[in-house]
Design a protein. Structure first.
Lengths: 367, 391
């Protein structure tokens, strides 16, 4: 039986999310229809909108449903980046990097967090700017100092888009709750939080117009055309509520056990362990052993982990995140372990045993 | 046993994977991504993986085996593509598939297979691996028209021990396609690849000229005395021994002219009349013996280029002093002046009929890429073998 340790790629469906999904799937009506079944569907959609808005202290009119995190990020850049200078974090996901091909790169520190001095220096240069940064990194779990970034953007009157795809559903255990206050927009994704794939949202800092990427029947107040994916949206709302109620401390403790076992095998941990990270995520570097080989060995042993970025072919690419952190050659020797919400101690014991065996067979080569 | 199959997305390696799976082995599929397909076809936004990689993955999914795409782009660029272009820039014509098999496939992928705890690695090459009394031997395949033993001339004994070539006994390609169909593989009718894999459009010269701009542009065609006879369109488009692309210069004084030499520094193509006199002997270096070297020398059969049935009787003479070159005396018309040899394969065995010589052993081979003097071979045609599609 495979042990799934790749929650940051897609989280295991949460129980409440499954029920919400099935309830929504049984509804026939189109939320735009004016008859009874339409009203029933619309009520479910608006309940989901209210619920998600509450998670981020946003009014329902500030929530725009999309097909996922990538579309939400694209919509933000399309709307708020128009005619502006773009500053993009060096460790952003491709959903942002590819959508901002002309963006200037904001460097990160060796611990993976955004360099505030560099941000301020660039903001001081003046032209109207949109800053794009993630709340938490998908590969390392490292958190950016969003409150400080908000303050800087406010001081220099820059817009701020936050990619909160990995943070959504994993807040807690010492992580300050993030709200839409002080940001221009914020992107989330349903399946990263334990909903099904197919829904995300762009949350606006204040009610306002966006330039739609999809034009259509006026859904989402004309801001995103197309019939919304109601079952996916309902499951996203339920997943986020369930995630907020989760006690993350036991998961962080299991993650720390993985870290300590890996360190004892000669591995390194990406970033600074003392700084706040997502409670479920760690990035382990086994020097001299390619990430590809590690991933294959663990997969064949029944453990699903991942590496930085995989092309649609499945080719494992070098991680731009770890290069940006200055890791050089060892960046190609890192795997990401991201624990799902329902991980068990026994599963972690099994993973640690498999990792130890791998490290003892191959780990010495780089030394 | 756990066995890694190098899957290219073609019919041959797909049938290898399916056969081994059917035999009850734990099969792991691996496909090397050797270059960025999107860049190779110059289509921005095109997927970095070519059709072949997606085909390999679809076959693996169909067979329900784990499949991995291995990023070998950097290694392939530095070990195969760069030296491919460098050779052209020096006025030579290389065989990239040999370097690829030897480095990326039989060294890197093979060591990955060992890391993964595999007991063997299988490929779709048409050669036979025979467990002899003394050691594992490399034989020519049943279907001699698909023989790839010459391409594998640098395979070491250690690699040979670990490798498996399940297609060596197949009677012909139709039988392989038939098997693919029986396994329900969508690629059963996929055509064989014809070109160098990283030159998808078949115009290798433009690839070379992109990597080594100095090989592009026109230059002079001269005779052996230096007299200018005409213009050419870039030295990468010519290979020693060819008479194509010479235009009016093709025939002079009633004698067919061929490229005798390519001077990369002056960008000159030197032509001269084709001669029929051949050489009896040439020097060998970097011999890769797959039998115990017999001190008295050995009578054998020789192949010095990839072409069907071009196996001729010859012999290897051993030097008296250590370190000097091996010598061979094949039939003289095999090695003509004004051609350059880079590799030769030798087979020992009892058969008197090369065309039907099933039990021959590839006993040894040679890398002779710095042989003195220009001799033999239209390598450009050699490049158009079926090597790349079989991994």
């Amino acid at each position: 039986m495979t042990v799934y340790l790749d929650a940051n790629a897609s989280e295991i469906l949460r129980e409440g999310a499954m029920e919400a999904l099935l309830d929504a799937a049984r509804l026939t009506g189109n939320p735009s229809s004016v008859h009874g079944p339409g009203r029933e569907a619309r009520r479910l959609l608006e309940d989901a909108r209210d619920s998600i808005g509450r998670c981020w202290q946003a009014g329902s009119e500030q929530v725009i449903f999309t097909s996922g995190g990538t579309e939400a990020n694209n919509l933000a850049l399309h709307t708020f980046g128009e005619g502006r200078r773009l500053l993009v974090g060096a460790t952003e996901h491709d959903a942002v990097r590819a959508a901002a091909p002309k963006g200037e790169v904001l460097p990160v520190l060796a611990d993976g967090s955004l360099c505030l001095e560099a941000l301020e220096a660039m903001l001081r240069e003046g032209p109207p700017t949109l800053v794009c940064t993630m709340a938490a990194n998908n590969e390392t779990g490292i958190l950016h100092p969003i409150e400080e970034i908000k303050a800087l953007c406010a001081r220099y009157e820059a817009r701020l888009h936050v990619d909160a795809v990995q943070l959504a559903g994993r807040q807690g255990d010492g992580i300050e709750p993030l709200s839409v206050g002080g940001v221009t927009s914020l992107a989330i994704s349903g399946h990263k939080a334990g909903g099904i794939k197919g829904a995300g949202a762009l949350l606006l800092g204040a009610e306002g117009h966006v330039t739609p990427l999809m034009r259509g029947g006026g859904q989402e107040r004309g801001r995103r055309g197309g019939t919304p994916a109601l079952p996916a949206i309902a499951s996203m709302a339920a997943a986020l509520e369930s995630a907020l109620a989760q006690n993350w401390a036991p998961i962080a403790a299991l993650r720390d056990r993985v870290d300590e076992a890996a360190l004892a095998c000669g591995a390194m941990i990406t970033g600074d362990r003392k700084r706040a990270r997502l409670p479920n995520t760690t990035s382990l570097i086994l020097p001299g052993v390619s990430a590809q080989t590690q991933l294959m060995m663990l997969d064949l042993a029944g453990f699903a982990v991942s590496t930085g970025a995989a092309c649609s072919s499945g080719k494992v690419s070098a991680s731009h995140v770890l290069y940006a952190m200055g890791l050089g050659e060892t960046a190609s020797c890192a795997i990401r372990v991201s624990l799902p919400w329902n991980i068990t101690e026994a599963q972690i014991d099994g993973f640690i045993a498999a990792y130890r065996e791998m490290a003892s067979r191959l780990g010495k080569r780089g030394a | 046993m756990r066995i890694l199959v190098a899957m290219s997305g073609g019919v041959d390696s797909s049938v290898v994977a399916a056969t081994l799976k059917q035999e009850g082995h734990e099969v792991i599929g691996a496909t090397l991504q050797l270059y960025d397909h999107g860049q190779a076809v110059s289509k921005p936004g095109a997927c970095c993986a070519g059709r072949d990689i997606l085909d390999a993955r679809a076959v693996a999914d169909r067979l329900n085996i784990p499949h991995y795409v291995i990023d070998a782009e950097e290694r392939f660029r530095s070990s195969v593509m760069a030296s491919f272009a460098d050779s052209y820039a020096r006025g030579e014509t290389p065989v990239p598939c040999v370097a690829c098999n030897q480095g990326v496939k039989f060294t890197d992928l093979l060591s990955m297979a060992r890391d993964l705890g595999c007991e063997a690695m299988a490929t779709g090459h048409y050669v036979r691996r025979v467990e002899g009394a003394e050691r594992v031997e490399l034989h020519r395949p049943t279907d001699l028209s698909r023989d790839q033993s010459w391409f594998l001339f640098a395979t070491t004994q250690d690699q040979l021990d670990y490798l498996r070539f399940p297609l060596g006994d197949m009677p012909d390609k139709d039988a392989v396609r038939q098997k693919a169909q029986e396994f329900g593989l969508a690629i059963a009718a996929k055509p064989d690849s014809q070109d160098i894999c990283f030159v998808p459009s078949g115009t290798y010269a433009s690839v070379v000229e992109k990597m080594r701009p100095e090989t592009g542009g026109t230059g002079e065609i001269v005779d052996e005395s230096g007299r200018v006879l005409g213009q050419h369109e870039g030295i990468a488009r010519y290979t020693v021994g060819q008479s194509k692309r010479l235009g009016d210069i093709h025939t002079k004084d009633g004698r067919r002219q061929i490229v005798k030499r390519i001077d990369a520094t002056t960008r000159r193509i030197i032509v001269g009349p084709k001669e029929n006199a051949g050489r009896h002997e040439f020097a060998l270096r970097d011999m890769n013996w797959l039998i115990e070297p017999p001190p008295e020398g050995v009578r054998c059969h020789v192949q010095i280029r990839r072409a069907k049935f071009r196996v001729k009787p010859g012999s290897i003479r051993l030097p008296k002093a250590r370190g000097s070159c091996w010598m061979i005396s094949p039939c003289p018309h095999l090695v003509r002046p004004a051609c350059s040899i880079r590799a030769a394969g030798f087979w020992v065995g009892a058969s008197s009929s090369p065309e039907r010589a099933l039990p021959w052993i590839v006993s040894s081979s040679v890398r002779a890429d710095t042989l003195p003097g220009p001799y033999v071979v239209g390598w450009r045609y050699a490049l158009r073998g079926s090597m790349c599609q079989t991994m």
